[in-house]
Write a protein that binds this ligand. Structure first.
Ligand SMILES: [Mg+2]
Length: 400
């Protein structure tokens, strides 16, 4: 018998990192008059000068990061996430060494080396965003080299279609468009006092009236509250059928989340995790019983390689994983997991009144829900099934 020697796929030749401005993966980088920057409650609202607009305190300071990984045969995998110019530095000057010359199928070893080589200054935030971008570009490359969609590499679809809830300012319109629920941004936090709390409840009550008793309504609090305010909000929102309260307090306050989960009315869900990272961060949320649904962002939590570990850990704890936004990078995961029964769709139309591609204008061929659903077959293209819009002005600040 001849023993086959495994030589693997074409080696990785080159890793490149670019910045792009104007929406896309940095979906907060929008023009004036967009719902996503209209007086949304934030932890910075304690300063009146930063209360009206999140761009005023720099929510779009970073911009989009584009990572490209080219194999020796000329095949290119790519991904977009946030992180901008500082992430470009990390990718080109630090992380690229763990990929160039390597077999692209070795994503476990590559991830491990990216994470532990940066651990002394990384672990969360920007560094893990950069790692996530590289990891997603690697999965895209792997899919393209093998001629398979990423969902097939992850074990295959467990259902025929994805169903979505919509995040935006108009759950009533989302209902008409076929979504299963609508999540609104909270507009007032503790600095707005009791008057702001009443306004929050009044907005929820108005929307409940418009959508009827059964449509899911959720509130996204973007880390703006404290346990006391979040508890009072949850109790008052209960009579208006609030399905879940999302990211109510600081992601560092695991103890606060555990308290909030004990405080909310029975049946109301506590969700969080979009600003959490890695299996170790999510282990804290799980073991301290901080929430009912984990919401990792695949572009921020460590990429697909890490999301698989987070998901398995959550499954063993009986928790759902419903990733934050992130378009095709989430869809290819959600379709493969039973504990990920639906997906988020960010309404990036300025008035939340039309379905537009979430990462527009950066991706070509980005699928969008139709009647709140997406057939699994819409994802049946190699890699993540999208191409980079190369007409956009891309800047490569740390070219090698
Ligand atoms: Mg959120």
């Amino acid at each position: 018998m001849v023993r086959m020697e495994y030589t693997g796929l074409p080696r990785i030749k080159h890793v490149r990192a670019f910045t792009v401005r104007g929406g896309g993966a940095d979906y907060h980088d929008q023009g004036e008059g967009h719902w996503i920057d209209d007086h949304i409650a934030t932890p910075m609202a304690r300063y009146p000068e930063y209360r009206q607009s999140r761009q005023s305190f720099g929510i779009n300071a970073l911009g989009t990061l584009v990572v490209e990984i080219e194999a020796e045969d000329g095949t290119i995998g790519f991904a977009v996430t946030t992180g901008g110019e500082p992430a470009c530095f990390l990718v080109e000057r630090h992380l690229a060494r763990f990929l160039e010359g390597r077999n692209p199928a070795e994503y476990e070893k590559i991830w491990d080396q990216m994470y532990f080589s940066t651990q002394y200054y990384g672990r969360k935030g920007l560094v893990v965003n950069a790692i996530s971008g590289v990891d997603l570009a690697l999965w895209d490359l792997l899919g393209k080299l093998r001629g398979e969609p990423v969902h097939a590499l992850l074990g295959g679809a467990v259902r025929d279609e994805l169903q979505f809830y919509a995040t935006g300012s108009r759950p009533d319109l989302a209902k008409d468009m076929g979504f299963i629920g609508g999540k609104m941004p909270l507009h007032h936090g503790p600095a707005g006092g009791i008057e702001g709390l009443r306004k929050n409840i009044a907005e929820l009550a108005t929307m409940r009236e418009r959508v009827g008793p059964d449509f899911w309504l959720m509130l996204d609090c973007w880390m703006a509250l404290d346990v006391d305010y979040a508890t009072r909000l949850a109790l008052a929102a209960n009579e208006h059928g609030l399905k879940w309260i999302e990211e109510a307090i600081s992601p560092d306050d695991y103890w606060g989340y555990a308290a909030l989960k004990r405080n909310v009315p029975r049946g109301m869900l506590v969700t969080t995790g979009e600003h959490e990272a890695t299996r170790w961060g999510f282990r804290m949320l799980l073991e301290m019983d901080c929430c009912d649904i984990l919401q990792p962002d695949v572009g921020w939590c460590g990429g697909m390689t890490e999301l698989l570990k987070i998901s398995a850990l959550a499954d063993a704890h009986g928790k759902l994983v419903v990733p934050h936004g992130s378009s095709v990078y989430s869809y290819h995961f959600v379709i493969t997991r039973h504990n990920s029964p639906f997906a988020e769709f960010l309404m990036m139309h300025p008035a939340s009144s039309e379905v537009v591609p979430m990462f527009h204008p950066q991706l070509i061929g980005e699928p969008v829900p139709v009647n709140g659903r997406l057939r699994a077959s819409a994802l049946d293209k190699p890699g993540f099934g999208v191409e980079l819009n190369r007409d956009l002005p891309m800047h490569r600040p740390y070219a090698r």
